[in-house]
Design a protein around this ligand. Structure first.
Ligand SMILES: Cc1ncc(COP(=O)(O)O)c(C=O)c1O
Length: 379
């Protein structure tokens, strides 16, 4: 018998409480029963995003909400800043390009966090910048960007909004949207929300909603104004992924029961245990200065091929970890700890890593990683 385990930073493993709810017969989305579900979800999402404003839910993967955060906030001739420190930062640039929005990239070395001063320099020198696009957590490199510091800068520019892809940030670490003055925050279902892929989320500040009023870029499915109007009536504009909404209600209940702060502490602890274990095995972190609590990117010495190691994880143990993408291909693996993970999950994946590294003749003391993790997890 072989079990399967997902340790990729999305999709992630799902709790049976949620799976069972999603297996219930599909209800109709225009019935009062569904409106009740919708109303509860609205409240739960406000709690999770830490905002007084509505959080819109779309039936799409996370990229859909990212696209909406370009097509609804900007107008022809506007310019943007794009923080590009990994694959998802690059995606902001690709979306801007698709909408013919000129952007100034801030190219950050993979594995490093952006320097907020660069954002300030560009904003001061280019008055046509209307939006700053960044990630809270750049999943491809395991980096956490200094979103709060960037937001402090953007706040000073009344004609510019701060847009955050928090697809692996929301529900992982503290991103108080209103308190930090973030103008748009987007997220997705298959990460810390413990759901399958298929839902994306977008929340906007009052300042950002004014940008939406002026925006003249083409839009249809991801029309924020239309979606907001329907959201306030506990409706979605088009047929939603009903079963995922039912799962979402359960997920938000679970998060509320555990408590937002407890959820953040759990992620912090699992991330810390994983990082200590990796170092105890004699490996380096790909993002040593500003690691994300969503996933740990592990760098390998020359003799170890990350792609081969990823394949062995699945062959030997049924475990899916994520490999490196583009320039990090073959050089790293990424181990997730966002969403439905607990202490012993991390012990399992670290133990599997140790057994595979022994097989690949990496020199270290067997058990060193597990011990280092246990020392963090027992506290
Ligand atoms: C930070 C970040 N942004 C964007 C995406 C893209 O989301 P999706 O694949 O759901 O469209 C991901 C997915 O891994 C992500 O981690």
């Amino acid at each position: 018998m072989e079990k399967k385990y997902l340790f990729s930073p999305g999709p992630t493993m799902l709790p049976s409480e949620i799976l069972l709810k999603m297996a219930e017969p599909v209800m109709h989305h225009r019935e009062p029963e569904f409106e009740k579900v919708f109303a509860e979800i609205r409240e739960g999402l406000k709690y999770l995003f830490q905002t007084k404003n509505e959080v819109m839910t779309f039936t799409s993967s996370g990229t859909g909400a990212m696209e909406g955060a370009v097509s609804n906030l900007l107008s022809a001739g506007d310019k943007a800043i794009v923080v590009r420190g990994g694959k998802f930062g690059e995606r902001w640039g690709e979306i801007c390009k698709a909408y013919k929005i000129e952007f100034v990239p801030i190219d950050v070395e993979w594995g490093r966090a952006v320097d907020p001063r660069k954002v300030l320099e560009i904003l001061q020198s280019d008055p046509k910048i209307r939006a700053v696009y960044t990630q809270a957590s750049e999943t491809s490199t395991g980096v956490r960007h200094p979103v709060q510091e960037i937001a402090e800068i953007v706040k000073r520019f009344e004609n510019t909004v701060m847009v955050v892809d928090a697809i692996t940030g929301i529900g992982v670490f503290d991103i108080p949207m209103d308190a930090w003055g973030l103008d748009a925050v987007v997220s997705g279902s298959q990460k810390a929300l413990m759901l399958p892929p298929g839902l994306s989320f977008a929340a906007l500040s009052d300042k950002a909603w004014k940008f939406v009023e002026k925006s003249n870029l083409p839009k249809f499915y991801f029309d924020f104004k239309k979606e907001l109007k329907n959201t306030k009536k506990n409706q979605s504009s088009y047929t939603p992924a009903i079963s995922l909404f039912i799962g979402l209600r359960e997920s938000l209940r679970m998060i509320r029961k555990e408590g937002r702060e407890a959820v953040f502490r759990r992620h912090e602890r699992l991330a810390e245990a994983t990082r200590r274990a990796v170092k105890a095995i004699g490996l380096e972190l790909y993002a040593p200065d500003s690691p994300s609590e969503a996933c740990t990117a592990v760098k390998f010495p020359a003799g170890i091929d990350g792609e081969k190691l990823k394949a062995l994880f699945f062959e030997r143990f049924g475990i899916t970890v994520a490999e490196g993408q583009e320039q990090a291909k073959g050089k790293i693996i990424r181990i997730a700890h966002l969403g439905y993970y607990d202490r012993l999950d991390m012990i399992m994946v670290i133990s599997a890593l140790e057994m595979l590294l022994k097989e690949m003749n990496h020199p270290f003391e067997l058990g060193a990683g597990v011990r280092a993790a246990e020392e963090v997890l027992m506290k």
